[in-house]
Design a protein around this ligand. Structure first.
Ligand SMILES: NC(=O)c1ccc[n+]([C@@H]2O[C@H](COP(=O)([O-])OP(=O)(O)OC[C@H]3O[C@@H](n4cnc5c(N)ncnc54)[C@H](OP(=O)(O)O)[C@@H]3O)[C@@H](O)[C@H]2O)c1
Length: 263
C-alpha cells in the first residue's frame, strides 16, 4: 500500500531539507507551505529526480480552516499518512512590547494551534498505517526563559510537553511521537547572519538544515522521544543543570543582545 509523509512548512529552511531527506529515502510526500513560496517548483523537482509521488498544498497555516482543508484533501484522495511532520513555525522577532498583536497571535496559531489540530485530525489515518510516527519540530528555546524569544519559547515549550504526553498516550496504538529541539539552524538569511556574529560556543552549536533533517528523520524512524541535535547543544543542556542562574543569565543576555534587527 502506498503511504505518505506529510510535512508542513516545506518550502524552505528545515522543512525543505526534511522533504529532500525523505525523498532520498523514497518516501512519498505531501508538502504544505504558504502560497507563492515556490512549493510547486520544489515538488516538480523532487518528482523528476527522486522517483517518488509528491502532492502539495499552498495554504496559510495561521488560519484554522487550513487544517480542515488538509484533512479533506487527504480524505477525498484516500491518501494513507504514515508520518506527520509538524515543522512550520513562525520564528522569534524581538522584544514583546515591540511585537504587533497580529504577529503574536499568528505565532501562536502556527506554532501551537495548527500542529495540535492537524495531529488531531490526522490521528485516525496514522493509526490505520501503523507503525506510524509524528515528528514535531520544537526548539531548545522551549527549555529556557529567553528575552526576545518569549512567545516563541513558550510555543515550543507547549509543543514539547504536548508531544511527550501524546507519545505516552499512543503507546498501544502503534503511533510514536518524536520531538526534535534544535538550537541554532542556518535557515533564513537573518539567522545565517546572526549565527556568524555570535560567540564561539553559539557558532559551534549551529547546524545546517540538512544535518538537522537527517538527525530528525533517523530519530523519528527509531521512535525516539525527545532529541536535542548536535554534540555542542547536548553539552549546553548538561551545563544548564550545573551553572548558577546568574551566570546563565549573563551569558544568554550577552548573546541575545547581539541579535540583528528583524527584516
Ligand atoms: N532556524 C532555527 O534556528 C530554528 C531553531 C530551532 C527550531 N526551529 C524550528 O524549525 C522549524 C522550521 O524553521 P526554519 O528555520 O526552517 O524556518 P523558515 O526558514 O522560516 O521556514 C518556515 C517554514 O514554515 C512555513 N510557514 C511559516 N508560516 C506559515 C504559515 N502561516 N502558513 C504556512 N506555512 C508557513 C514557511 O512557508 P513559506 O516559505 O511559505 O513562508 C516555511 O516553509 C520551525 O518550527 C522553527 O521553530 C528553527
Amino acid at each position: 500500500m502506498k503511504t505518505y509523509i506529510l510535512i508542513t512548512g516545506a518550502s524552505q529552511g528545515l522543512g525543505k531539507a526534511l522533504a529532500l531527506e525523505c525523498a532520498t529515502r523514497k518516501m512519498n510526500l505531501i508538502l504544505i507551505a504558504l502560497p507563492h513560496s515556490g512549493l510547486g517548483t520544489l515538488s516538480n523537482f523532487i518528482e523528476d529526480n527522486f522517483n517518488v509521488e509528491v502532492h502539495f498544498m499552498e495554504l496559510d497555516l495561521s488560519a484554522t480552516k487550513s487544517c480542515y482543508e488538509i484533512f479533506n484533501y487527504v480524505s477525498d484522495n484516500k491518501l494513507q499518512i504514515q508520518y506527520l511532520v509538524n515543522n512550520a513555525g513562525v520564528l522569534s522577532r524581538g522584544m514583546f512590547n515591540d511585537l504587533s498583536d497580529d504577529f503574536v497571535l499568528k505565532q501562536i496559531e502556527v506554532n501551537v494551534t495548527t500542529p495540535t489540530l492537524l495531529t488531531k485530525l490526522l490521528l485516525d489515518n496514522l493509526k490505520g498505517n501503523r507503525p506510524a510516527s509524528i515528528l514535531n519540530i520544537s526548539s531548545m528555546a522551549g527549555f529556557f526563559a529567553l528575552p526576545k524569544k518569549q512567545v516563541y519559547g513558550a510555543t515550543k515549550a507547549y509543543l514539547t510537553s504536548f508531544s511527550k504526553s501524546l507519545n505516552k498516550e499512543l503507546k498501544n496504538d502503534g503511533v510514536s511521537v518524536t520531538t526534535i529541539c534544535p538550537g541554532g539552524l542556518n535557515t533564513t538569511t537573518r539567522l545565517c547572519y546572526q549565527n556568524r556574529i555570535m560567540g564561539w560556543v553559539t557558532r559551534k552549536s549551529v547546524l545546517n538544515p540538512e544535518e538537522a533533517a537527517k538527525i530528525a528523520i533517523d530519530s523519528m524512524l527509531c521512535r525516539k522521544k525527545v532529541i536535542v541535535p548536535g554534540f555542542v547543544n547536548k553539552c549546553l543542556m548538561a551545563l544548564d543543570w550545573i551553572l548558577p542562574e546568574a551566570i546563565k543569565d549573563w551569558l544568554t543576555i550577552r548573546e541575545i543582545n547581539k541579535f540583528p534587527k528583524p527584516i
